[in-house]
Design a protein around this ligand. Structure first.
Ligand SMILES: CCCCCCCCCCCCCC(=O)SCCNC(=O)CCNC(=O)[C@H](O)C(C)(C)COP(=O)(O)OP(=O)(O)OC[C@H]1O[C@@H](n2cnc3c(N)ncnc32)[C@H](O)[C@@H]1OP(=O)(O)O
Length: 214
């Protein structure tokens, strides 16, 4: 797979900062009931920012079409920051403004993490949308595969929603690759609030017979 490394921005902190601000913008848009004049002015500011970014749009090129890192060969990550593996992911990517602020790290053979969902991700009253929960499990279980030395595509993901997962509170994340059988990777994960499980997941991931980019 070819990546356009020379196109990468030089200052990663700046890339992450602008994406965080854009995420905050989304939260403000989602939850503010501003008067018309304020909305009109905000629209102008957003249009100005869009105009300055548009000339640098690079659609359809390696890093812009995949969530994994373009600056490391294969699946690179930091033990204390697994999000480095997929910086452009819509679920955990620090270089993607739609991603909630997830932290994930390696704890032996397991993945642990934490996330606080803002109302951007609301479903039922005061609770996280079930589809968002599924997406986070997909990512979390994938990371359990990655640290086990294997990675695969999601074949089947089964979620048990046991309690509502609340907004604006720290959610603990946990996942493990329990076993591998041929190309099949079997994983489990949980979300907990104050130690109580709100949702759990089982996933079967499949390592492709051929490489991803063949
Ligand atoms: C290098 C790889 C890196 C990968 C990712 C990097 C991270 C990227 C970002 C990650 C983001 C997060 C992750 C994402 O979001 S990944 C995105 C969501 N997932 C997908 O898009 C996957 C789409 N599906 C496929 O590509 C193929 O169907 C796969 C690759 C899954 C299997 O097609 P393949 O042709 O290889 O399979 P086979 O027919 O030879 O069957 C082999 C065995 O598997 C069994 N089986 C087959 N399908 C399923 C199923 N769905 N559930 C349960 N079992 C299934 C089958 O019965 C057989 O078992 P057995 O009869 O031998 O016992």
């Amino acid at each position: 797979m070819e990546f356009q490394q020379e196109e990468a921005a030089k200052d990663r902190d700046l890339v992450e900062a602008v994406n965080r601000e854009a995420g905050e913008l989304i939260r403000l848009l989602r939850c503010s009931q501003a008067p018309d004049q304020v909305l009109a002015t905000a629209t102008e500011h957003i249009q100005a920012a869009m105009k300055s970014l548009a000339p640098y749009l690079r659609q359809g090129e390696g890093w812009s079409t995949i969530s994994i890192a373009s600056d490391t060969p294969g699946l690179g990550w930091l033990e204390d920051d697994l999000t480095r593996c997929m910086p452009y992911s819509p679920v955990s990517g620090t270089c993607n403004p739609v991603a909630p602020p997830i932290r994930m790290w390696r704890d032996g053979d397991e993945v642990r993490g934490e996330v606080v969902f803002s109302p951007t991700y609301a479903g039922p009253p005061n609770s996280v949308h079930g589809g968002i929960i599924a997406a986070v499990f997909d990512e979390l279980l994938s990371m359990a595969n990655v640290i086990s030395g294997n990675a695969g595509f999601t074949g089947t993901l089964s979620i048990r929603y046991q309690r509502h997962t609340p907004l604006d509170r720290p959610i603990e994340l946990w996942a493990v690759n329990e076993r591998t059988s041929g190309r099949k990777l079997f994983c489990r994960g949980e979300m907990r609030v104050d130690g109580q499980v709100t949702a759990s997941a089982e996933g079967l991931f499949i390592r492709p017979a051929t490489q991803m980019d063949s």
